[in-house]
Design a protein around this ligand. Structure first.
Ligand code: CDP
Length: 229
């Protein structure tokens, strides 16, 4: 495990990835978006028409030539050398990813890939659902980012460039709540506040404030890091 690890967990649309990317950029750390790997496996399974709940998906994951290029923009996985970062955000992937992520063997495969991606980095910011609880339980900085569901739905629509009229917000909120309930209710590595995590409710915070909050926790844990970047 790298000596400087920041974990950011939280429910859907809480701004984990954008915050993680900005923090990594600021500190000269690598950003790894664990959800991107679960999405890449789901995309491959949909394309291969493999059932979402069965064991065939485990074999498919293990054989998948997926790579997380080590950069400050960890949300850009490649499958067989092709950048799939746009495709993994499609609704059909979002609708199915939680079912795939509930399979223990898929999680083991993803966790190995995550730890390998982080191994040689000077510092890592990794975001997901179980990073502070399972992947790096000994991380020095652990954050649990949250916001109320309506706010998260509005942010998600804005990110996707979609209108945020009342009906769209309600639909997005339902989808987010459905996925949160599934992720929190599964047997293996459920979405939860990891031991020792600092909970940041960003409902009324600006993006800069939430990034600053995490940077401050990093400074407290690691000392001044301004020279690294
Ligand atoms: O960006 P968003 O919050 O919509 O989700 P994501 O981080 O891309 O993760 C997509 C899905 O992958 C989640 O809903 C979880 O089912 C799963 N996931 C997980 O189980 N464990 C992680 N560490 C990261 C994601």
């Amino acid at each position: 495990m790298p000596s400087r690890v920041i974990t950011i967990d939280g429910p859907a649309g809480s701004g984990k990835s954008t915050t993680a990317r900005a923090v990594a950029e600021h500190l000269g750390f690598v950003h790894v978006d664990s959800g991107a790997l679960y999405r890449a496996v789901t995309l491959a399974a949909l394309d291969a028409e493999v059932p979402m709940a069965g064991q065939r998906i485990v074999a498919l994951a293990r054989a998948l030539p997926v790579r997380l290029p080590l950069s400050r923009d960890g949300a850009r996985p490649e499958v067989a050398g092709v950048d799939v970062s746009a495709e993994i955000r499609a609704d059909r992937v979002t609708r199915n990813v939680s079912q795939v992520a509930a399979l223990p063997e898929v999680r083991e495969w993803v966790n190995e890939a995550l730890r390998a991606a982080a191994e040689d980095a000077p510092g890592v910011v990794m975001d997901g659902r179980d990073i502070g609880s399972v992947v790096f339980p000994d991380a020095r900085v652990k954050v649990f980012l949250t916001a109320n569901p309506t706010e998260r739905a509005q942010r998600r629509l804005a990110e996707q460039g979609r209108p945020s009229d009342r009906r769209s917000v309600e639909t997005a909120e339902k989808e987010i709540s459905r996925r949160d309930a599934f992720d929190a209710g599964r047997d293996v590595a459920p979405l939860q506040i990891p031991d020792g995590a600092v909970v940041i409710d960003t409902t009324t915070m600006s993006f800069e404030q939430q990034v600053d909050h995490v940077l401050e926790l990093a400074r407290q844990a690691f000392g001044s890091l301004d020279t690294i970047s």
